[in-house]
Design a protein around this ligand. Sequence first.
Ligand SMILES: Cc1cc2nc3c(=O)[nH]c(=O)nc-3n(C[C@H](O)[C@H](O)[C@H](O)COP(=O)(O)OP(=O)(O)OC[C@H]3O[C@@H](n4cnc5c(N)ncnc54)[C@H](O)[C@@H]3O)c2cc1C
Length: 406
Amino acid sequence: MVPCGIPYIFGTVGSPEKNLIPDALLSKNGIELIKAEVAGIDRDKKNVSTVSGDTVSYDKLVLATGSLPIHLPIPGLDKENAFIVKKDVAYLNNMLAAMSGVKDIVIIGGGFIGVEFADECKKNRDANVTIVEILPHCLQLALDTEFCDEAENTLTERGVKVLATQRVEAILGDKKVTGVKLSGGDELKADMVILGVGARPNTELAEKAGLQLGSTKAIQVDNYMRTVTDASIFACGDCAEKYSFFSGKLSRLMLASIATAEARIAGANLFDTRCSNCGVIGVFSTIIGERAFGCAGLTEAVANQEGFEVVTGESTAVDRHPGSMPGAAPTKVKLVFSRDNGLLLGGGVSGGRSVGELMNVISACIQYGMTAYEVSLFQMGTHPALTASPIAYQLTNAAELAVAKL
Ligand SMILES: Cc1cc2nc3c(=O)[nH]c(=O)nc-3n(C[C@H](O)[C@H](O)[C@H](O)COP(=O)(O)OP(=O)(O)OC[C@H]3O[C@@H](n4cnc5c(N)ncnc54)[C@H](O)[C@@H]3O)c2cc1C
């Protein structure tokens, strides 16, 4: 299952079966796959037992049990046609079947998952889709306000209704969902409700085995991804505790990009101490219709909250040159630097499909400690059909404008 692909089951991809990673990827690389649920870990005997009663012994064990969706205590969440975003093929098939023919879909939560669901629910379907978000903006935990505004406008153009600064208090209906009640007292018609408000680390196995959890309720690990309790057991991904690349404070970020980086670190360190985790930068990207949005590192708002005095630079240009090239999309880059030492702290981008890789470039610049001056001078490759013009390259130009302010 590709968790990041789950929203796309309901529009672009079409079925949970088309959102699976083939087992052959493992077998072709000499990895044995046993399909079973692990019920317990015996740390003294160094084995794991499955629900079906088998045991598998280990020298080193890696826990990668992921996360579980957060259930809010909203009355009525148990009604028919109220769904939580679960990573479960059978459940998602039921959800897909239930969606055929519905007229009014309410999505609780305007983070990436809620926004992606809303956009996908509008594809090939004549349904009214409403997002109810408790914060003043959708995507506010990841993007600066100007990007949130643009994303909300794009949602509105796509026919999605956004109700921000509102909370769903109850899901209405007898057996089946008929609506939701908002905190202000208003009621919305709904024949389907989708809850997408985040995830919590899945630590049941670790807890049963006596492994220590941290204050974020994730498995406590050191910089090498070893659990702090047992040097033979590693943990990585959503189930493992994280800290910020910037402040060293604990972080609740859970992303596939973080999980895979941690998995590589855990794998490399199993029998030797080879590489260390530098903490989470946090790279988000998403697309609504044909408009993509992303952020790497700290937004300006979060950088300010963290006590950084910041300087920003912004540049907007089309991502092809000349702008008459097919697929050209206006693309805005905003970079956030520390006034103190010029280091890049974060970047936000909106634009066409080039946003996804642009975010990754910004993340690399952050991770390897580039300053505004260095970003402004970095040598990018350009091509008319593939990138912005070298004279209007948003990343270097945004950095150059920030250098002028430093
Ligand atoms: C709808 C959605 C969209 C997302 N979109 C993005 C995105 O666009 N970009 C991004 O970076 N991140 C995204 N994420 C987050 C990303 O999917 C997770 O951070 C990532 O999957 C974490 O990987 P993981 O291996 O730690 O956990 P998971 O992918 O959750 O994998 C854990 C696995 O362990 C298995 N497991 C658990 N317990 C047991 C047991 N006892 N025995 C055997 N197996 C067990 C589970 O069945 C599961 O297969 C999204 C998440 C969701 C839900």
